[in-house]
Design a protein around this ligand. Structure first.
Ligand code: CP
Length: 303
């Protein structure tokens, strides 16, 4: 039995296989409509979500399975003091696979060590979000054809943005990927990630100035400033509008640029960009469902 807590647990050939399955689901959805008949997915969300929870649920329904779960900690027995370990043991009695989001980093790992069914990390604190990365990878693959030789700009809250951390972990395994980190000084990508990239001889460039690097980018991965991770509301208010992408700021960008964002967006991408053919963030939303379908099939070992 296998869980997915960190994107690094998947080999490159497994990621390739998931991408191929997702593309096949897109082409031939009817082939998959009963693959999980009789199976149940539990979505245990201790933190708010729109895309991740609903795309997991849509994924399981489109595979012919069923869904149970909760969407906030207050409606589970964790509000009465139940541990993550006991929750995982309990839900293993009712479901064949679990998707868990939790504000505490490492909680899905603890769940996976106690569950008797596969556990998928659906986002843990400011740490990791491997299934968002699968959605991002499918989007990049479909937009760019592959991952090698790309210059990828990550912009916004690179300190607390778990989707950023997971996507860096995935992209560093491809050839000649160049990383450009654009953030306020207070929200720089964590030092352990920067140092590890440098040790492995990646080309890493950090700046506070998005427009200065715009023309270099193949992918621009925008992120929101993560209010819920700040200890100080004043600090959040000071930093929240650090970057707002507008059509004017895209004037120097490549025509082939892909503008990505894991969403939710607050105001870091102007809605005027939604109709620009370079905007890919709603494609990411849909791709997330297909990659979660592929992942459920893999972890449940459905042929
Ligand atoms: N991208 C993402 O994780 O969105 P939700 O918080 O809505 O699930």
């Amino acid at each position: 039995m296998r869980s997915l807590i960190d994107i690094a647990e998947l080999s490159l050939s497994e990621i390739d296989s998931l991408l191929n399955t997702a593309n096949d689901i897109i082409e031939n959805p009817a082939k998959y409509a009963e693959k999980c008949k009789g199976k149940k997915l539990a979505t245990l969300f201790f933190e708010p979500s729109t895309r991740t929870r609903l795309s997991f649920e849509a994924a399981m329904y489109e595979l012919g399975g069923n869904v149970l779960g909760f969407s906030e900690a207050q409606s589970s027995s964790s509000a009465k003091g139940e541990s993550v370990a006991d929750t995982a043991k309990t839900v293993s009695c009712y479901a064949d696979i679990i998707a868990m989001r939790h504000p505490k980093e490492g909680a899905p790992l603890v769940a996976s060590m106690n569950a008797t069914v596969p556990v998928i990390n659906a986002g843990d604190g400011g740490h990791n979000h491997p299934t968002q990365t699968l959605a991002d990878l499918l989007t990049i693959k479909r937009e760019k054809g592959g991952f090698d030789n790309l210059t990828v700009g990550f912009c916004g809250d690179l300190k607390f943005g778990r989707t950023v951390h997971s996507l860096i972990t995935a992209l560093r395994r491809y050839n000649n990927v160049k990383f450009i980190f654009i953030s306020p000084n207070e929200l720089r990508v964590p030092e352990y990630i920067r140092e590890s990239l440098k040790q492995d001889n990646f080309e890493v460039f950090e700046t506070t100035d998005l427009e200065a690097v715009m023309a270099d980018l193949d992918v621009l991965y925008m992120t929101r400033v993560q209010r819920e991770r700040f200890f100080n509301e004043e600090e959040y208010l000071r930093l929240k509008d650090s970057y707002i992408l507008t059509p004017e700021k895209l004037e120097t960008a490549k025509q082939s640029l892909s503008v990505m964002h894991p969403l939710p967006r607050v105001n870091e991408i102007s809605v005027a960009i939604d109709s620009d053919p370079r905007a890919c963030y709603f494609k990411q939303v849909l791709n997330g469902k297909y990659m979660r379908m592929a992942l459920i099939l893999m972890l449940l070992e459905v042929k």
